[in-house]
Design a protein around this ligand. Structure first.
Ligand code: ZN
Length: 326
């Protein structure tokens, strides 16, 4: 069994158990049908026919299979019309996703925030949002996440995260309370099959901010003396319904910069060598005095340089936060 098959089998068995629980409580036709498909895929993995196109009998690409382990036909065997329809849908999904994005550069209450969001394909599983203060004097919230999986499935869950945090943040809860609730809702919605890593900041006045982290790569802080990661955090959202989260209170001095990113930055790889946290930290150190949009461009540029033209394997998002001089 290949690693992809082993991983998929595990996912499918979890999905079947969940569906079995659902259908025993309430028999809905679409669940029964889905269960039939899941059983079919599990059976196919066991007998070694999974991932073979039902039309041409060539292998289906592993990217397509990891996106949807239930597909049974390779891309080439879709008809021309089906392919065009798929492409149109994808472009439309990409457009919708872009409308959910916040402004790419904003200055508010002594804070400056800028980000760069670059999907690898048409849509992204990276989630970035800046949620404006609900009332004058209330804090600004910044959320950066990364949904497991790729393509449209990840993008759908990204928009789910967007709605969750947009709905929860105005309630005025603390970050651990927000994470706890978002985790419960996300786990419920995805049946614990998908998960998302997430970091969030609540930006208060006077450079004070609070940070919580759910399994997301450690943000980097450039404080004039050097660059260091901000430690701490809990499990990704969506894995376990009862996960608990903590927060840390920190302060940025004027001019200091915090950089959040998705693993598309640090895990960008050339052959078997990763860009890595060391190069990432060095990029931030070199660019820490630049205006934020230039800092982001230079951080991305250093990754591109490292990749030497090999394609980026993942979505990439970089978010920079700076406290402005009074
Ligand atoms: Zn085929």
């Amino acid at each position: 069994m290949t690693p992809l098959e082993a991983r998929t089998l595990e996912r499918l068995v979890a999905r079947r158990d969940h569906l079995a629980a659902l259908t025993s409580a309430r028999k809905e036709q679409r669940w029964v049908e889905l269960m039939r498909q899941v059983d079919g895929a599990i059976g196919a993995i066991e007998v070694g026919t999974w991932g073979i196109c039902a039309v041409c009998h060539d292998p289906i690409s592993s990217a397509r299979l990891s996106e949807d382990p239930l597909v049974r036909v390779c891309l080439e065997c879709l008809s021309e019309a089906e392919r065009r329809a798929l492409e149109r849908d994808l472009q439309a999904a990409g457009k919708v996703q872009r409308t959910l994005l916040p402004p790419t550069h904003l200055v508010q209450d002594g804070w400056e925030v800028a980000y760069l969001w670059e999907p690898r394909g048409v849509v992204s599983g990276d989630h970035v949002d800046v949620i404006p203060a609900s009332a004058p004097g209330a804090p600004l919230h910044l959320v950066l996440g990364d949904v497991s999986g790729k393509g449209v499935a990840a993008a759908l869950l990204q928009s789910h995260l967007h709605a969750l945090f947009r709905a929860l943040v105005p309630s005025g809860q603390t970050l651990p309370e927000l994470f706890k609730r978002a985790n419960e809702l996300f786990a419920e919605a995805t049946s614990s099959i998908s998960y998302a890593t997430l970091a969030a900041l609540r930006l208060d006045g006077g450079g004070r901010f609070t940070i919580a982290n759910a399994g997301h790569p450690r943000p980097l802080l450039a404080d004039g003396r050097g660059v260091r990661p901000i430690e701490g955090g809990g499990l990704p959202l969506g894995l376990f319904c009862d996960s608990v989260y903590t927060e840390r209170d920190l302060t940025l001095a004027p001019g200091q910069t915090l950089l959040l990113y998705t693993d598309g930055w640090t895990e960008g790889a050339r052959g078997d060598r990763e860009f890595g946290i060391g190069r990432a930290a060095a990029s931030l150190r070199r660019g820490a005095a630049l205006p934020l949009p230039e800092l982001l461009a230079s951080c991305r540029g250093e990754l591109e340089q490292f990749l030497e033209g090999s394609p980026r394997g993942d979505d990439l998002t970089l978010v920079a936060v700076r406290r402005l001089a009074a």
